[in-house]
Write a protein that binds this ligand. Structure first.
Ligand code: CTP
Length: 403
């Protein structure tokens, strides 16, 4: 818990029935040596009184913007300036919608706009509200701006439904807060290049050859590295994902475009993480007009694309850390070890795409981390963002050894 000692945390409490759990959260934070400033919405005060939070936090509780303030500075600014972290728990669909659109019409929403520290959101609501695409879109907008969401739990909800929407347990919320401080800035001063997504190999103006890659693993890397203070260059094939905040995004389509972008940017990177599913082949002949159907069969001749990872691997600087991904459907470890040798990577991340919870399109992954020095570590089923963090931990060790 020492990691939280002396930190200033703003706790936003909104009008969900789970507001009572924020009392427990406040108490846990105080016991860890945190100075907690609670900011409540008007609706939250109908569920738990400000006095409860005042006694537990031993600090004034802010609700209104225009209360008589003894300090010379507007309260929302003085609170925001000293905050090391802001968390809203519980967060209603309403506050999330307001934040997604920059509305600042009360103390809490105004403080969120004014802070420059990490912002965590722990939603709590009815399961149908949680799954509503309007809510999901608002959440994605905020994720795109770098806000961190703590997923609600699955269980019996106050409304009588059973589903996903219960505020995460205060104990777990504290762990998420610790994580933010723990990983803070250990990659500061480092540049990380990430490739992500599929490539598209055009046949004619309307058709292309591609693959099932969603880009989620690479985007999770970009987000995790940014969170840890790195400069991130994300070279991405076409995906449906939102650009992570503060990332330099270079959008490409074909393997040749990705090859060029990687070559132009690789020298300045301390670590290069190649999650992209690069097409090994492209149609040999591109037709400038739409190919018309014929009565007979049609053959397409494919020619090899450059192996980007292989080329970077054989030309990298001695202190650059290179990480490849090896997706397999059989002989997982043998194939991955072989690729690590051929492509001269420091780490090879192997996953068996036939396993459920691993591979394309999922939010989770099951991977092995193989290193050039022979270690083989299997990670359990994890979110892609936790997988990214675990691999960044390995990269950090290699970086420290190579300087
Ligand atoms: N890769 C690359 N350029 C390519 C093909 C792959 O940079 N033309 C990179 C991928 O980004 C990944 C790694 O190489 O990090 C492994 O890709 P994979 O397709 O699994 O390996 P291949 O060497 O293409 O082997 P195969 O297709 O025979 O399984």
């Amino acid at each position: 818990m020492a990691i939280l000692e002396g930190k200033n945390i703003i706790l936003g409490v909104t009008g969900s029935i789970a507001a009572y759990k924020a009392v427990d959260l406040t108490s846990r934070l105080i016991k860890s040596g945190v100075s907690v400033n609670v900011v409540m919405t008007r609706n939250a005060t109908k569920l738990v009184t400000p006095a409860t939070f005042r006694y537990i936090s031993r600090n004034r509780v802010a609700v209104d913007m225009f209360e008589e303030n003894i300090e010379w500075q507007p309260e929302h600014i003085s609170l925001a300036d000293k905050a090391d972290l802001l968390i809203i728990a519980p967060a209603t669909a309403n506050i999330i919608a307001k934040l997604a659109h920059g509305i600042a019409d009360d103390m809490l929403s105004t403080v969120v706009l004014a802070v420059r520290c990490p912002v965590l959101i722990a939603p709590a609501m009815n399961c149908h509200m949680y799954n509503n695409p309007i809510f999901q879109e608002n959440m994605n907008i905020l994720k795109g701006y770098g806000l961190i969401f703590i997923e609600p739990d699955y269980g019996l909800l106050a409304c009588g439904y059973e589903g996903k929407g219960r505020l995460a347990e205060p104990e777990n919320i504290v762990k998420e807060i610790q994580k933010v401080f723990a990983k803070k800035q250990d990659f500061s001063g480092k540049t990380i290049l990430v490739t992500a997504g599929p490539t598209r190999e055009p046949l004619d103006p309307v058709r292309f050859i591609t693959n099932r890659s969603s880009g989620k693993m690479g985007y999770a890397f970009a987000e995790a590295a940014i969170m840890r203070g790195a400069e991130v260059i994300l070279i991405s094939g076409p995906t449906a994902l939102t650009k992570p905040a503060n990332v330099k995004l270079l959008s490409v389509e074909s393997a040749l475009e990705m090859y060029k972008a990687v070559k132009e940017n690789s020298r300045k990177a301390h670590a290069i993480i190649m999650t992209a599913a690069v097409s090994d082949y492209r149609p040999k002949n591109y037709s400038h007009h739409k190919i018309k159907k014929q009565s007979s069969d049609l053959s397409i001749t494919l020619e090899r694309n450059p192996d980007i990872l292989m080329e970077i691997g054989h030309n990298k600087k001695h202190d650059q850390i290179l990480v490849g991904f090896s997706m397999e459907t059989e002989n997982l470890l043998e194939n991955a070890v072989q690729k690590m040798r051929n492509k001269n990577t420091d780490l090879m991340i192997a996953n068996d795409v036939t396993q459920s919870g691993a591979g394309f399109g999922t939010d989770t992954n099951i991977v092995w981390i193989l290193s050039k020095t022979g270690e083989q570590k299997k990670l359990p089923l994890m979110s892609k963002s936790d997988v990214a963090d675990a691999i960044l931990d390995e990269i950090k060790i290699l970086m420290n050894n190579s300087f």
